[in-house]
Design a protein around this ligand. Structure first.
Ligand code: NIG
Ligand code: FE
Length: 415
């Protein structure tokens, strides 16, 4: 689609200038242009610059938005979600307020296992419908690309139901949807006595099936005490790789397991959570070019401490921010809210948070050549925000400032 956005008070391009990610001091230079315009042609960015230098739309009647007094920025790339789920965990939320921890609730059969019971009982159609509804709300809040994980099925049938549902949404929805196979999210109750037998089921049956049908771009493992250890994680991710799925890891969330070191060693695209990462883990991410996916909403919601973002950025690791939207550890999909928490609790600057929520998020999905910044030739995924300058997005929190979400040059009409 064609579109011209004129008279923009401030465009934040997050220009990567051919780089895959922005790291270190470059994260504080998000490419601000005052009094600007953006021209989209055939769903891509055709021109961006100061209005005074605008060469014209090319004559025909290109639809226009007058963005006087507003800010334009790239659509958010939410690179880590578990947003296909059924039921809710409001009860556990109340239990945590009374002092129960996430682990204690999980050990009593709640947590991930409680969502699994609901997902197993739901049809693919039901799961797709609720996910699609969430997706619409996310787009209203500025998310234009999103990763969705399986991992609430944990049986062949239920994981395939999720894989197919996510894959189909990718073809049907306006947003860019990237699927991740997370069969190794928890050990299902029927394998409690023999977790390695479940690892074998994942490696011998689920992964080859998902790979053969190209149902997921990534393979992920929850590498955590009581879930999957580093040895099992490595076996599963190498099997995923052999079947065409790129590795991602839930690493060092509740306890240190060496998931970050493993991520560096096997060339994972991202390692996410990282609350308990060590200096060796940070070195491994840097040396392996692994994106560090931090999830401020989880630390906030579970109140269990934050990933050491300053140390990661100072070491030159590319940091991405994602929501982790799921019913247990972060019941929010608001990327601006995640940016606010990143600024207040992780000491990221508003500029770093914006880069982390756009370009570096795209890199965590292997999409940063085409998504995540406003540069000529990239997908025209744009937001028009009613704020005086971009820092207000994180600063003025708890309100939705997005007035238009634009996907591939099309203004979304979201009910
Ligand atoms: O990323 N940490 C593991 N998995 C999710 C939580 C999923 C759930 O509690 O339902 C996470 O936080
Ligand atoms: Fe997660």
């Amino acid at each position: 689609m064609d579109l011209f956005i004129r008279n923009i008070r401030q465009v934040v391009t997050v220009a990567a200038h051919g780089n895959r990610v922005l790291t270190g001091p470059a994260m504080n230079d998000p490419g601000v242009i005052a009094d600007a315009g953006v021209l989209c042609r055939d769903g891509k960015i055709a021109w961006v610059g100061p209005m005074a230098e605008f060469p014209g739309t090319g004559g025909d009647d290109v639809p226009e938005i007058d963005a006087t007094g507003r800010v334009v920025l790239p659509g958010f790339v939410d690179s880590h979600t578990h947003m296909m789920f059924a039921g809710d965990r409001a009860e556990e939320f109340g239990m945590r307020a009374n002092g129960a921890t996430y682990q204690e609730i999980a050990e009593k059969g709640g947590g991930i296992l409680s969502t699994i019971r609901h997902v197993r009982a739901a049809t693919k159609k039901e799961l797709k419908r609720s996910t699609s509804r969430h997706l619409m709300a996310m787009m209203k809040h500025g998310t234009t690309s999103v990763e969705i994980k399986t991992g609430y099925g944990l049986s062949m049938d239920a994981e395939v139901k999720m894989l197919e549902g996510i894959h189909e949404l990718g073809n049907e929805e306006m947003a860019t949807v990237v699927g991740t196979f997370l069969g190794a999210h928890a050990v299902p109750p029927e394998f409690k006595a023999d977790p390695d037998a479940y690892v074998r089921l994942i490696i011998d049956t689920m992964i080859p099936y998902a790979g053969k049908r190209s149902l997921a771009k990534f393979c992920d493992v929850f590498c955590e005490q009581g879930y999957f250890d580093a040895r099992q994680t490595e076996e599963i991710l190498l099997a995923g790789k052999a079947h065409g799925m790129l590795p991602k890891i839930h690493a060092e969330e509740l306890t240190h397991q060496g998931g970050a070191e493993l991520a560096g060693r096997i060339g994972a695209v991202s390692a996410d959570h990282l609350e308990k990462i060590t200096p060796d883990g940070i070195d491994a991410l840097r040396n392996g070019g692994v994106v560090a996916g931090v999830l401020p909403g989880v630390s906030f919601f579970l109140n269990h401490g934050y990933a050491p973002v300053r140390a990661l950025i100072d070491a030159g690791v590319a940091v991405a921010i994602a929501s982790d939207f799921n019913p247990g550890s972060c019941m929010s999909y608001s990327m601006p809210m995640m940016m606010t928490i990143a600024c207040t609790h992780m000491k990221m600057t508003p500029a770093e948070a914006l880069v982390a929520a756009t370009l570096n998020g795209a890199a965590a999905l292997g999409l940063s050549a085409t998504h995540g910044s406003i540069e000529v030739g990239k997908q025209a995924d744009l937001l028009v925000a009613a704020i005086p300058e971009y820092r207000h997005l994180a600063y003025h929190f708890g309100a939705n400032h997005i007035r238009h979400t634009i996907k591939n040059g099309t203004i979304l009409e979201i009910p």
